[in-house]
Design a binder for this molecule. Structure first.
Ligand SMILES: [Zn+2]
Ligand SMILES: [Zn+2]
Length: 372
């Protein structure tokens, strides 16, 4: 569902100065008129969506303010996603008017989809950089093998539920001041399964499902970020009777790496040089995401200098490119000198002049550019 470009006030048929109560009233009236279960108009579904979206925005002062000031563009930049309209508060509103099952079309309980399962996996930064496959353990309800998910003892009888006649749902026509509505609810006698079990399965006590420990190989793509979730479709809890299974969401946690700090797709590291190494130049082995590497530092390397290894940062998810590795140079100054060392440094100092040091390199500017 795309964000509508229609004016939200026009959609609800209210003026720009409408009060909260007026907006709520207008929404209720339109919702009753346009709800796809009630209306026969071919565009009812689309219009219902638009009206829900308009209400979502105008019923909350933050989003209404944004919309009043900047229109649809303001909502988009403010992070409002109409594709993920939160039905939470709307569901309350609807159930007050129509009964519980109206908003979601009264799915037959007997085919209810299984619930989703959450799992986590920990990997280190180098694994996140290269991608890794991990066996992730989790618990999921699976179809009971003794009764093959039916919930009945093998060879025992299953009849259809006498209360709902096997449909799992009860329909009720309600007359109210708003007109006549067909209200659907899950059959309380069979909890929506539509069946009556004479002898429940001894393994699952009639549930048709048992909880099982499972592990599943999860392919973690290169460049994944801390806290991102990977969805494994259909690997979650088994559904009721003929319902499809839920999904598993695996949250990836990336353990801190003492050598690197990640900032988006770039990684930061430091390198320690002695003041003689910095002055004379040196070659050092430094850690990268691809292993140790020789880094050549020219004579006169300054503290605070940033060495950029282009394309040596984290891979950018689902692209071929990579971020950079940025290395901050730290120069270590001796803390304890012998008499001889002190004499040598004094001698050095006598020979040094302004040219020896050159002009100051603006350490503060470099520091700022490191965190650009
Ligand atoms: Zn069973
Ligand atoms: Zn029933």
């Amino acid at each position: 569902m795309a964000t509508t470009d229609h004016d939200y006030y026009e959609l609800l048929g209210v003026g720009r100065g409408a009060s909260e109560a007026e907006i709520k009233r207008a929404f209720r009236r339109l919702a009753r008129e346009l709800h796809p279960d009630v209306s026969d108009a071919p565009d009812a579904h689309e219009r219902f969506r638009e009206v829900v979206e308009a209400y979502e925005v105008l019923s909350k002062s933050e989003t209404r303010d944004l919309y009043d000031r900047y229109g649809h563009a303001g909502l988009r930049s403010g992070g409002f996603q109409s594709g993920h309209v939160d039905f939470g508060n709307l569901a309350d509103l609807f159930s007050a008017f129509f009964g519980d099952d109206v908003l979601f079309g009264g799915r037959a309980g007997g085919r209810a989809r299984g619930a989703d399962v959450a799992a986590t996996v920990e990997i280190d930064l180098v694994e996140a950089a290269h991608g890794v496959t991990r066996e992730v353990p989790f618990q999921a309800a699976v179809s009971c093998s003794r009764c093959e998910g039916s919930g009945a003892e093998p060879d025992s009888e299953i009849t259809s539920c006498p209360t709902c006649g096997g449909s799992g749902r009860l329909q009720q026509i309600t007359r109210s001041v708003f007109g006549e509505f067909v209200r659907t609810q899950t059959c309380p006698a069979c909890s929506g399964s539509g069946r009556r079990i004479e002898r429940p399965c001894t393994e699952c006590r009639g549930a048709g499902r048992v909880v099982e420990e499972r592990t599943i190989p999860v392919e973690i793509p290169p460049g994944i970020h801390h806290g991102q979730r990977i969805r494994l479709s259909g690997a979650g809890h088994a559904g009721m009777v003929r319902g499809r299974a839920g999904d598993v969401y695996v949250e990836v946690q990336i353990l801190p790496d003492e050598r690197f700090v990640r900032e988006g797709d770039d990684i930061y590291a430091t390198v320690d040089l002695t003041f003689t190494q910095a002055a004379l130049g040196t070659t050092l082995a430094i850690p990268t995401l691809d292993g140790e590497e020789e880094l050549e530092l020219p004579p006169g390397t300054q503290p605070g200098e940033i060495i950029v290894l282009r394309g040596r940062g984290m891979p950018v998810l689902q692209r071929r490119s990579r971020g950079d590795q940025r290395i901050l140079v730290n120069v270590r100054v001796p803390r304890q000198l012998s008499d001889e060392q002190r004499r040598l440094l004094r001698e050095f100092d006598e020979q040094a002049d302004d040219r020896t040091y050159g002009k100051s390199d603006g350490l503060f500017d470099k520091l700022k550019s490191a965190f650009r």
